[in-house]
Design a protein around this ligand. Structure first.
Ligand code: ZN
Length: 535
C-alpha cells in the first residue's frame, strides 16, 4: 500500500512538500520554501533566528515535525520534546531521496534543512541553476539548497552559535543525482563549476552522481523523470512506480512556452504508464487562456521599436527564456541588452550544459551592467565574472550617455541605480512580469509607480490600481507569459494522463478540479495538510 502525506502546497501556491511511502521506500517530492505561511509571521526585519536552527521553523509550522530527516547540527537541546505531541509528529528512520521538480525556491528552498545524507534527484539544469542561484544570491540560512554551513560548535547553553552565513566556515556540499545526463558526459568546465565552492576537499565536496536508480528494479522503486516546460530551465515531472501503480507528480508546468513540446511528450509518456494517481499543479486554474512567449516577443518588440530613449525591461529572475526573448528584441532593434551580473552568471552556467545558450563573450548584443555602489566590494563570484568579461562591462555613465543604445534588465529591486543613471524623461519602463499577488507586493507596486513618477519614466504593461484592483491597461496587455498552464490546459493535461486519482497541489482553488472531473472516471482527492492518504 502506498501512502502520500502533503506537508505543504495545499491551498497555497508553492511550498510543496510531499512524502511518498511504499513499503520500506520513502521519497520526498520537492521540499519547498512556504512563502505564504512565512509571510504570515515574518518580514524583512523579523526573520526566523538562524542561531535557533530548526526550532523556529518547526514551532511556526514552516517545517513538518518529522524527526530524523533534518540536519542534526541544527538540532537545539531537547528540540523534539516540544513537538512529540503534535498530531503530525513522526519519527522517520530514513528517506531514500528528494525528487526535485525544479529550482524555484518554493519547491527547493527547504532542502537546506534536510540531512545531507539524503540525495537530491533532479535534472542537470535544475542542479546547475540551483547552484548558480545560491552562488550569486544572498542565500539566507533557510534557503541553502546545494551547500550549507554546518554548525559544529559546542555551546554550554545547548544553543548553537550563529555561524551559518560566515564564509570562513567550510561549506558542506549536498549530494545531487542527475536524471537526464550521465555525469561522465558533462564537460570539464561543467564538472569544474559543480566542484567549485567554499568547501574543503572530501568529505564536504560531493561530485554529481548519476541517477542510477532510474530504470532499475529491486532495492528501490522505479523512477521516471519527464522534462516539462516552465519559467526556469530544467523543470521536470516525476513518475514513481509503487506497489499501488504509477504515481505521477507534475511539478510546475505549462503548454504555451518555448518548450511546450516537452510538456506534451510528458502527457503522452505519463498516460502510457496508466497511472494510479496524478499530483497536478493548479496555480492558474482560474485563467482560461495564456499569453505565449512568441506573443511577448511581438508585443514587446512593437513597444521598444517605437521608443527613442532608454528602455528598462522588468521580467522575472531566472526566466532564461524571457531573457532570450529580450536579447532577440535587442538584436531586432539594434540595441544592447544590459544584464545584471547574476543573470550573466546564470547564462554562463546554462551554457555549460547547452551550447545553444549565447556566449556572453562573443555575443555583440549582450553587455553586463556593473552596479555603481555594491560592485565596489564585489563577492568572489562577481569579481571573477567582471574579470572574465572585462570588455563587456557597462557603467551607469555609459548608459546615461547613450540611452537609446540599451535595453536595461532591471526589476523593482534594482531601481536604486536610477539616480546614478539619470534616465531622460519619457524613457520606457516595460513590465513583463506578473501582477501583485499579496499585500506586500501591492506595496512594492505602489513604490514602483512612485519611482517612475520621480524619474518621469513611461510605464508600459505595468498593472495600475483602480478601485482596489490591480490591472494592466487593456492596450498594454500581452507582455508576460506565465510559467503555469491556464485552467483549460490543465484540464487537458489531466484528461490526457487519465489517472484514476487526481490530487491538486500548488493551488488556491483546488475545487476547480472537482468541478471539472465530476463523473469522469477520475476521482479528485483534496488532502489536508499532514494527513496521510492511502493510494
Ligand atoms: Zn515554479
Amino acid at each position: 500500500m502506498t501512502q502520500l502525506t502533503f506537508y505543504g502546497g495545499i491551498n497555497e501556491i508553492g511550498g510543496n512538500k510531499i512524502l511518498l511511502e511504499d513499503g520500506s521506500q520513502r521519497f520526498l517530492l520537492d521540499f519547498g520554501f512556504p512563502y505564504k505561511r512565512h509571510k504570515l509571521f515574518y518580514e524583512e526585519y523579523l526573520k526566523p533566528r538562524s542561531g535557533a536552527g530548526l526550532l523556529d521553523p518547526l514551532a511556526m509550522g514552516l517545517l513538518p515535525p518529522l524527526e530524523g530527516i533534518y540536519r542534526e547540527d541544527l538540532e537545539t537541546a531537547n528540540l523534539w520534546s516540544a513537538f512529540r505531541s503534535n498530531p503530525s509528529y513522526r519519527k522517520l528512520e530514513h528517506v531514500d531521496g528528494i525528487l526535485l521538480s525544479h529550482a524555484h525556491l518554493d519547491h527547493s528552498g527547504h532542502i537546506s534543512f534536510l540531512k545531507d545524507s539524503i540525495p537530491v534527484y533532479s535534472t542537470a539544469a535544475t542542479a546547475f541553476v540551483a547552484k548558480a542561484i545560491q552562488d550569486s544570491g544572498k542565500s539566507d540560512f533557510d534557503q541553502q539548497v546545494c551547500y550549507f554551513n554546518p554548525v559544529s560548535f559546542d555551546c554550554p547553553t545547548g544553543w548553537k552559535q550563529e555561524a551559518f552565513l560566515s564564509s570562513n566556515v567550510p561549506k558542506q556540499q549536498r549530494q545531487f543525482c542527475i536524471a537526464d545526463v550521465a555525469p561522465s558526459d558533462l564537460s570539464a568546465n561543467a564538472v569544474q563549476f559543480w566542484s567549485s565552492g567554499f568547501w574543503e576537499k572530501t568529505p564536504r565536496q560531493r561530485e554529481l552522481a548519476s541517477c542510477a536508480l532510474l530504470g532499475h528494479t529491486g532495492c528501490v522503486l522505479n523512477l521516471r523523470c519527464f522534462p516539462v516546460d516552465h519559467s526556469i530551465p530544467g523543470a521536470c515531472a516525476w513518475g514513481i512506480e509503487t506497489s499501488s501503480g504509477w504515481i505521477v507528480y507534475s511539478g510546475d508546468l505549462r503548454l504555451h512556452g518555448k518548450r511546450a513540446e516537452s510538456t506534451r511528450r510528458f502527457m503522452d509518456e505519463a498516460a502510457a504508464l496508466k497511472p494510479r494517481a496524478l499530483i497536478l499543479e493548479g496555480t492558474n486554474v482560474r485563467r482560461v487562456s495564456n499569453v505565449a512567449e512568441h506573443e511577448v516577443h511581438e508585443n514587446a518588440l512593437r513597444a521598444i521599436a517605437d521608443s527613442h530613449g532608454l528602455v528598462i525591461a522588468d521580467f522575472p529572475a531566472r526566466d532564461v527564456d524571457r531573457l532570450l526573448t529580450f536579447l532577440q528584441i535587442a538584436r531586432d532593434t539594434g540595441r544592447k541588452l544590459a544584464i545584471l551580473p547574476k543573470d550573466a552568471y546564470l547564462l554562463k552556467t546554462m551554457r555549460l550544459l547547452e551550447q545553444t545558450v549565447p556566449d556572453i563573450a562573443h555575443n555583440g548584443n549582450i553587455v553586463i551592467y556593473q552596479d555603481t555602489i555594491a560592485s565596489k566590494s564585489p563577492n568572489l563570484w562577481m569579481r571573477n565574472l567582471f574579470q572574465e568579461y572585462n570588455n563587456k562591462i557597462v557603467l551607469a555613465s555609459d548608459v546615461r550617455t547613450s540611452q537609446d543604445q540599451f535595453i536595461l534588465c532591471f526589476s523593482f529591486f534594482d531601481l536604486n541605480e536610477l539616480p546614478s543613471i539619470r534616465p531622460n524623461p519619457g524613457s520606457l519602463y516595460l513590465f513583463s512580469s506578473s501582477e501583485p499577488h499579496d499585500e506586500e507586493q501591492e506595496i512594492d507596486f505602489r513604490r514602483l509607480h512612485n519611482w517612475l513618477k520621480v524619474f518621469e519614466l513611461t510605464p508600459f504593461g505595468l498593472p495600475v490600481e483602480r478601485d482596489g484592483e490591480w490591472q494592466i491597461p487593456d492596450e498594454e496587455r500581452g507582455l508576460h507569459a506565465s510559467g503555469h498552464a491556464c485552467g483549460t490546459d490543465l484540464i487537458n493535461v489531466a484528461r490526457a494522463v487519465k489517472p484514476e486519482i487526481l490530487i491538486p497541489v500548488h493551488s488556491e482553488y483546488p475545487n476547480f478540479y472537482i468541478e471539472n472531473f465530476l463523473a469522469s472516471g477520475t476521482t479528485v482527492f483534496l488532502p489536508n495538510v499532514g494527513e496521510a492518504i492511502q493510494i
